[in-house]
Design a protein around this ligand. Structure first.
Ligand code: NDP
Length: 239
């Protein structure tokens, strides 16, 4: 049954929520009146981030989840369902950027694997555990935080392992969206732009507030909104 009552807040789960864009996404979704589950692989870091946002709000919950560990994802899902009841919105934000400046053939195979483990397989695994229940209830918003670096239309030599993983994430986003089309699930990819975080560095032109604008917009899409798209600044961009 679609969740209809406006009085009952939507529940959003954010991965990699202890810092950067994940933490700011959590803050803004909370401000939108949602119940937000901040997840991360370091329980203490999640607790600190949660305290930093709103230590008393019952709408903010912290749960450990390492997206590269299937058992951890299953355990997190069980804990979230127990504590919050359900999940309506999933923001797949966690990612790693390894060997940013190396040439593609100089990157060790293990670094490609670690990158894909987090940036692609982690997202697929989290979706495998969280999305079927959304589909059963007929409501879901899935936001895959991708990158302009993963745009095939503008692919350069920048951060090869990361860029290839984000291009693959975009392909997964399209397939996921088509799989659930017409069942209340809207799944989209987003490029937040170059943002001042630990990953983006201090020279990036965008603040975290600007960076999460399109993430939050996609997380709060009305019924009938776009699905299977790739967006920057709330506009579709080339794959
Ligand atoms: P940060 O490096 O600041 O944060 C990354 C987050 O991912 C951290 O919370 C980190 O947790 C978490 N994480 C990494 N591995 C795992 C894991 N195995 N399980 C759970 N959490 C994990 O990056 P940003 O905030 O800048 O990036 C957020 C998203 O935005 C990423 O998908 C990134 O690719 C994308 N993006 C960022 C851009 C930018 O300019 N900043 C540009 C384009 C895209 P921990 O603290 O434990 O390491």
């Amino acid at each position: 049954m679609p969740h209809k009552s406006a009085a009952v807040p939507r529940v959003a789960v954010v991965t990699g929520a202890n810092r950067g864009l994940g933490r700011e996404t959590s803050r803004q979704l909370l401000a939108h009146g949602m119940r937000v589950v901040m997840t991360g692989r370091d329980a203490a870091a999640i607790e600190r981030a949660q305290r930093g946002l709103a230590n008393t709000s019952e709408n903010l919950v912290g749960v450990s989840m390492d997206v590269t560990d299937a058992a951890s994802i299953e355990a997190a899902h069980r804990e979230i369902v127990e504590r919050v009841g359900r999940v309506d919105v999933l923001v797949n934000n966690a990612a790693v950027l390894l060997f940013e400046s190396a040439e593609v053939l100089a990157i060790p195979a293990d670094a490609f694997r670690r990158t894909f483990d987090t940036n692609l397989f982690g997202v697929i695994e989290v979706c495998r555990v969280f999305v079927p229940a959304m589909a059963r209830r007929g409501y879901g918003r899935i936001v895959n935080v991708s990158s302009g670096a993963g745009q095939l239309a503008r692919m350069s030599t920048y951060a090869p392992a990361y860029s290839i993983s984000k291009a693959a994430l975009n392909a997964f986003t399209r397939i996921l969206a088509e799989t659930y089309r017409g069942r209340g699930i809207l799944a989209n990819a987003v490029d937040p732009g170059w943002v001042r975080t630990d990953m983006g560095g201090p020279s990036a032109p965008r603040s975290v507030e600007q960076g999460v604008d399109t993430i939050v917009w996609l997380a709060t899409l009305p019924d009938g909104g776009p699905t299977g798209g790739f967006f920057r600044d709330r506009r579709p961009i080339d794959w």
